[in-house]
Design a protein around this ligand. Structure first.
Ligand SMILES: *[C@@H]1O[C@H](CO)[C@@H](O)[C@H](O)[C@H]1NC(C)=O
Ligand SMILES: *[C@@H]1O[C@H](CO)[C@@H](O)[C@H](O)[C@H]1NC(C)=O
Ligand SMILES: *[C@@H]1O[C@H](CO)[C@@H](O)[C@H](O)[C@H]1NC(C)=O
Ligand SMILES: *[C@@H]1O[C@H](CO)[C@@H](O)[C@H](O)[C@H]1NC(C)=O
Length: 470
């Protein structure tokens, strides 16, 4: 009996020992693998996070100390399950930068994204080939559908560009130009361009105008100029004017024209392609004024204002995020079907980011180069100034609001006040003949309005419906 017992024990030991060993080994292996994976993920996050500031999605207010409550944190990701086309496309791109989901690829993609647009292309084709998206696509209103079907394209060739480096300029530039005027125009607006060249947009040395320059030092700066044009086909116009544009370019050297259709929803292309051209051709200008060809600019005051900003932001080291204009916070997309700005919910959902009205806005040359890089990770949006706002959010930069930029014009009462045009830097919209008159007036009243300050900085405007460059 005792012997049988003993044999049974031996058998048990023989069978169980390997089992126990295997179980232990298995547990050990699982735990080791788990710990290893964990540390890899952590290491990876630590490795990637210094780069988070650029192409990874950064919401304004999230990493600065939360002092900007009016900016929605992740405005375009609010509706995670939304089937709005733009949100879907952008979500697809943003996933590529997520270091946990796409561990093995994100580093490579982060790097590549700053050098070409293949990421946008790829996500566009992947998303638009899904059956559910294609169905939605067919139901978009015609203008939006037209935009959506070419929103992955940006590589339109340049048809006409300035001979010289970076736009029309005076030959005797002795220091880096202070401002490059980059003005959106259309082929037929010959008159607007002519008037701008003769008045506020004259190139060369321009004297500034300080509010109270007791020492007589007016200051001043060099101005350059370029007009941004798309193409209007002879079939659309009923006449071929390309030779006129070429002659104009030869004479003034300030035409930059690309081979895309010059329509309202294609205006964003002018910003994006201008940033690209600027990054390749313009190393010198300190500021860019991007405006429409129907604005009036108080150039002398703008020069003095920007010289002050230059000092201030250089000393604070914030020139790389400098943008100033009429800032609109937390706007809603326009859902009125008949409006020029109509954006259906099937295309975009969420609020608009904070943005500066596109009629006239000033930003630094440094920021222009950063906008160029970051725009390669953001799908085009049909409203140009909203798109610039989206790029700013992703750079974690905020436009500065200044009430002397009137992209929505004066009230009549304000305009009637004496010296009203001495209190502003820019106003939208003015016809060519009004511009001529205002420019002459500004000169005539210079003495009389000597000490008049700019309109004071008030709080940021909250607009319910955006109507940029009306
Ligand atoms: C947040 O930043 C603003 C300026 O960006 C500063 O004035 C404020 O003191 C900061 N607040 C905290 C709590 O650090
Ligand atoms: C203008 O005058 C005020 C005081 O009268 C002074 O504080 C300010 O520095 C002056 N500005 C310039 C640009 O000279
Ligand atoms: C923008 O321009 C391109 C190229 O000319 C054209 O195919 C497209 O239809 C235009 N988009 C809109 C919305 O007009
Ligand atoms: C933009 O990207 C290019 C290429 O990756 C890089 O060399 C350049 O420094 C970037 N410019 C800015 C202003 O970040």
């Amino acid at each position: 009996m005792a012997r049988r017992c003993c044999r049974l024990r031996n058998i048990l030991i023989c069978v169980c020992t390997p089992c126990c060993c295997l179980t232990l080994l298995y547990s050990y292996a699982i735990i080791t693998i788990y710990l290893h994976m964990n540390s890899m993920v952590l290491r990876h996050i630590a490795m990637v996070s210094p780069n988070l500031a650029s192409p990874h999605f950064v919401a304004a207010g999230a990493s600065s100390n939360g002092s900007s409550p009016s900016v929605p944190k992740t405005f375009w990701e609010q509706h995670l399950r939304s089937d709005a086309l733009w949100n879907r496309l952008q979500r697809h791109v943003d996933h590529r930068f997520n270091p946990i989901i796409r561990k093995e690829k994100s580093d490579m993609l982060l790097e590549r994204s700053s050098s070409d647009e293949s990421l946008l292309h790829q996500s566009y084709f992947e998303v638009t080939s899904m059956a559910s998206v294609r169905e939605n696509f067919e139901r978009l209103p015609q203008q939006v559908r037209e935009f959506a079907s070419s929103m992955h394209k940006r590589n339109y060739p340049i048809l006409i560009q300035p001979d010289g480096e970076c736009g029309a300029q005076s030959e005797q530039e002795k220091e880096p130009p202070l401002i490059l005027f980059a003005i959106k125009s259309t082929a037929l607006n010959f008159r607007n361009r002519r008037v701008i060249r003769q008045t506020w947009g004259r190139v060369g040395w321009v004297e500034g105008q300080r509010i109270n320059s007791s020492d007589g030092d007016m200051g001043g700066g060099y101005i350059r100029r370029v007009f941004l044009l798309g193409k209007e086909t002879p079939e659309d116009l009923g006449v071929d004017i390309s030779h006129l544009l070429r002659a104009e370019s030869k004479r003034h050297g300030d035409i930059l024209q690309w081979d895309f259709k010059d329509t309202f929803f294609n205006l964003t292309l002018k910003d994006v392609l201008f940033w690209s051209w600027f990054s390749h051709h313009c190393s010198k200008p300190l500021f860019v004024l991007k405006g429409d060809d129907d604005v009036f600019v108080n150039t002398p005051k703008l020069i003095s204002y920007l010289q002050d900003q230059l000092e201030k932001h250089r000393s604070r080291n914030t020139l790389h995020e400098f943008m100033v204009g009429e800032v609109i916070g937390s706007a809603l997309p326009n859902r009125v079907r008949r409006s020029k700005y109509f954006i259906p919910e099937s295309f975009y959902r969420g609020l608009y980011p904070m943005y500066a009205g596109g009629g006239g806005v000033v930003y630094s040359g440094e920021l222009t180069r950063r906008l160029h890089n970051i725009s390669k990770t953001i799908h085009l949006f049909p409203i140009d100034d909203v798109y610039v706002g989206m790029c700013m959010i992703r750079l974690n930069a905020q436009p500065i609001h200044h009430p002397a930029f009137l992209t929505f014009d004066f009230t009549e009462k304000e305009e009637a006040q004496p010296c009203s045009y001495h209190t502003i830097l820019l106003v939208h919209k003015r016809s060519p003949s009004e511009v001529v008159e205002l420019w002459a007036d500004l000169k005539d009243t210079r003495e009389q309005c000597q000490g008049v300050p700019l309109r004071a900085v008030k709080k940021i405007k909250q607009k319910a419906t955006p109507s940029p460059s009306v």
